[in-house]
Write a protein that binds this ligand. Structure first.
Ligand code: NAI
Length: 327
């Protein structure tokens, strides 16, 4: 049997954790030939619930699941990790200012970055799901100086998938007929879902939908979908977030399908005017285990203004965490 891949999942006892772990164990994260060892990292209060989830995982008798360990200390939780899904985060509670939120998350993602730096495997790949995801990823990455910076990514795949579904519904096409959509910027309400390069069954999407639908329907629907789900479900997106995390890591490891691209928040190399070092969402393809930013796309004035606004928010968040001494 091939050597199992160690997958550390933080926030393992949470909602997304519950929707994610069974899919990882069944082979959907890395592929049907790859055994996995799960390393569940929780805070001490979450350990008992994580033990319950581990019992259920055992009861599935997944042939690819080579072991489950539970930790409440990042130093041990990331030992030997090949893939780390950082899901657990401090949510914004009533009356909490943005600075408090960033500070609380700095207290989580700084030490997790250090633990990854100290103990993870050389090929570690990190996906941050916990919000504010882009800036949490930046904090973790800044605390892991020995890990190549591009191994830290944040999730905008849920936004990408939401955009695909909205465009398919509007044009009456199948999701599979849509190619080359992009989410730019921050995983927040300022994100920019861009259809100007997208095609629907080979036709330019911009010829099938009008500007007013884009501005007053599509963009706000995608950007505010998380809030709409909370309103309807009484709880935040969990299965769809877990699904997007699976898609992100699966593509990163196994490569994106030929031709089309997807979206992921990765370290900027300065492409498209996004300051170098920010973790921002781009159009990306994965090849040979690496993300590459799709180059050479024309950015019209409408898109430019939207990308700039979201990137400005990322710069503000970066400056705020710098100001707080978190990076
Ligand atoms: P949840 O509250 O159900 O679970 C979070 C879990 O994380 C809890 O079990 C908690 O004990 C654990 N946790 C907290 N601090 C931890 C730490 N330092 N180490 C390890 N575990 C820790 O939350 P849910 O619904 O699972 O969401 C998790 C995060 O994902 C939230 O920050 C949410 O905003 C974010 N999210 C991101 C999305 C994206 O598209 N990037 C989409 C949906 C949610």
């Amino acid at each position: 049997m091939t050597t199992p891949v160690n997958v550390t999942v933080t926030g393992a006892a949470g909602q997304i954790g519950y929707a994610l772990l069974f899919r990882i164990a069944s082979g959907q994260l890395l592929g049907a030939d790859t055994p996995v060892k799960l390393r569940l990292l929780e805070i001490p209060q979450g350990v008992k619930a994580a033990e319950g989830t581990a019992m259920e995982l055992e009861d599935c008798a997944f042939p690819l699941l080579a072991g489950i360990d539970i930790f409440d200390d990042p130093k041990t939780g990331f030992e030997g990790a090949n893939v780390a899904l950082l899901v657990g985060a401090r949510p914004r509670t009533k009356g909490m200012e943005r600075g408090d939120l960033l500070e609380a998350n700095g207290g989580i993602f700084g030490p997790q970055g250090e633990a990854i730096n100290a103990g993870a495997a050389d090929d570690i790949r990190v996906l941050v799901v916990g919000n504010p995801a882009n800036t949490n990823a930046l904090i973790a990455q800044q605390h892991a100086p020995d890990v190549p910076a591009e191994r830290f990514t944040a999730m905008t795949r849920l936004d990408h998938n939401r955009a695909l579904s909205q465009l398919a519904a509007k044009t009456g096409a199948a999701v599979a007929d849509i190619a080359d959509l992009t989410i730019w910027g921050n995983h927040s309400a300022t994100q920019y879902p861009d259809v100007f390069h997208a095609t629907v069954a080979g036709k330019p999407a911009s010829e099938l939908v009008d500007r007013s639908w884009l501005e007053s329907d599509f963009i706000p629907t995608v950007a505010k979908r998380g809030a709409a789900i909370i309103e309807a479900r009484g709880a935040s997106s969990a299965a769809s977030a877990a699904n997007a995390a699976i898609d992100h890591v699966h593509d990163w490891v196994n490569g994106t399908a030929d031709g089309s691209w997807t979206s992921a928040a990765i370290v900027s190399d300065g492409s498209y005017g996004v300051p170098e070092g920010l973790i921002s969402s781009f159009p990306v393809r994965a090849k040979g285990g690496r993300w590459e930013i799709v180059q050479g796309l024309e950015v019209n004035d409408f898109s430019r203004a939207k990308i700039d606004a979201s990137v400005a928010e990322l710069v503000e968040e970066r400056d705020a965490v710098k100001g707080l001494g978190l990076i």
